[in-house]
Write a new protein. Structure first.
Length: 234
């Protein structure tokens, strides 16, 4: 088992060189990374992939912002899926992301999961301030905090491999939400890993956990599947 500390929020989770997350503002359980075969599947959604630039532009225009997609959005190899409830993005494993055995490190996998989660939040119009907040959350000073995370890798991708990562989130309890990921080798569609995480809502000023209000619930969970389904692949 490899254990690391979980990051406090989406955009502020740098990894130190010795492989541990910087300590979050509130105590959090350890992340568990486990290599396994035949592990239980994590629920998800599978669909076709159209672009999400139009969604981002419409949301930005509604809030009085710049309706044009950024250069990064135009170049990014990721899209919301057809139902708009999950997001998929592909990455090439770089030479500096692998270890001595020429396969991606745990740090690389964790960074890619974080990147896909942040890009998903941005694609549905959530704030890009690093906390993936909604309009109501910003008014109330609320942020998301990672409570726990579990990663299972069945096969580590090698240098030059293309990894496809799909992510979605779901309601989980009164004060939290859950985000899941599934990792595939784009060349053959093989599932090479899965991950799940629990996020809780915290008041940024008092540092206390807070129950998800109905207004925030409506804003967040409209982008989440109502019922889990099993993604294709083994």
């Amino acid at each position: 088992m490899l254990r690391c500390h979980t990051p406090p929020q989406c955009a502020r989770a740098p990894l130190r060189h010795h492989g541990r997350w910087e300590s979050p503002p509130a105590a959090a359980p350890a992340v568990v990374v486990r290599c396994a075969r035949g592990a239980p599947q994590v629920s998800g959604i599978e669909a076709a992939s159209p672009g999400h630039a139009a969604v981002t532009a419409a949301l930005a225009k509604a809030e009085g912002g710049d309706a044009r997609p950024s250069l990064a959005e135009r170049l990014r190899l990721g899209n919301l899926l057809e139902d708009g409830l999950s997001y998929k993005e592909s990455f090439i494993v770089r030479c500096y992301e692998v270890g001595i055995n020429k396969t991606a490190t745990v740090e690389t996998i964790a960074n890619l999961l974080q990147e896909v989660g942040c890009n998903h939040a941005q694609s549905v119009g959530f704030s890009t301030d690093g906390f993936a907040t909604t309009t109501t959350m910003r008014k109330l000073g609320l942020i998301w905090v990672t409570n726990r995370m579990h990663i299972e890798i069945y096969k580590y991708p090698a240098w030059g491999d293309v990894v496809e990562i799909e992510t979605w989130c779901q309601e989980d309890g009164r004060i939290g939400t859950r985000r899941d990921w599934i990792l595939k080798d784009l060349a053959n569609g093989e599932v090479i890993g899965r991950a799940t995480s629990k996020w809780v809502m915290m008041n940024q000023n008092t540092r206390r956990l807070q129950r998800v209000s109905d207004d925030v619930r409506d804003e967040v969970f409209m982008h989440c599947p109502k019922a889990p389904s099993i993604p294709r692949g083994k």
